[in-house]
Ligand binder design. Sequence first.
Ligand SMILES: Nc1ncnc2c1ncn2[C@@H]1O[C@H](COP(=O)(O)OP(=O)(O)O)[C@@H](O)[C@H]1O
Ligand SMILES: Nc1ncnc2c1ncn2[C@H]1C[C@H](O)[C@@H](COP(=O)(O)O)O1
Length: 226
Amino acid sequence: MSRRDQYGIPHDSVITIAGTVGVGKSTMTNALANALQFRTSFEKVEKNPYLDKFYNDFERWSFHLQVYFLAERFKEQKKIFEYGGGFIQDRSIYEDTGIFAKMHYEKGTMNEVDYNTYTNLFDAMVMTPYFPHPDLLIYLEGSFDDIYDRIKERGRPMEQQTPMEYWEEMYNRYENWIDNFNACPVLRLNIADYDVLNDEESIEPILEKIGHFIQQSRKWRSRQLT
Ligand SMILES: Nc1ncnc2c1ncn2[C@@H]1O[C@H](COP(=O)(O)OP(=O)(O)O)[C@@H](O)[C@H]1O
Ligand SMILES: Nc1ncnc2c1ncn2[C@H]1C[C@H](O)[C@@H](COP(=O)(O)O)O1
């Protein structure tokens, strides 16, 4: 019996992994996709033509970067839809606007006209009944110190040169954002409670929770339609 069947996780499920930079989203995406034999949808950091420039000059490149991310994530969304689901997605589209664009606007590194243009575009594309929301958003959380250690350990040069205050600000915003998020069901996981890199077994209770959450939310959705 496959792990998918064992835990009652529908083959067409779409699960998105959210959380601040360095918390372990890509690692979790790979682990879940392997366990469930699902496809993956990753952020392609190396191929991003704006990211390096953005870290060198937020004001100059904020708008370009957000539009680029929005287009990339929308294309990924289309791919997921065309395959009929069965995906684990590394970072949700909701974080682009709810965390990044908002933070840069409020900190003064994205101007008001650009922010309004971006949010109008985002709302027109995403916040509509035509945009399929994921079955489940898995939110990864942990202490700031542990997450900051992971950023340093991963060692992406553009992130190393960015002051710690930037990551701290983002960390605090994530905590508030998730408490108010309601676009789809949320499963919160603390990174201190599992280790999918060094302890393979620690994925099992997570799969069990995923099955439970998705079954509940699909029942709820079908009741809404009848
Ligand atoms: N369970 C874990 N234990 C220790 N290190 C981890 C664990 N999960 C991820 N990491 C490490 O933390 C860093 C960030 O993980 P990553 O999955 O790239 O995060 P994100 O995609 O959220 O930015 C990487 O160096 C990764 O190897
Ligand atoms: N929407 C975004 N705006 C600015 N920066 C972003 C956005 N989405 C991702 N990023 C950055 C943050 C990291 O440096 C890389 C990849 O994120 P990760 O959490 O490591 O997957 O892109």
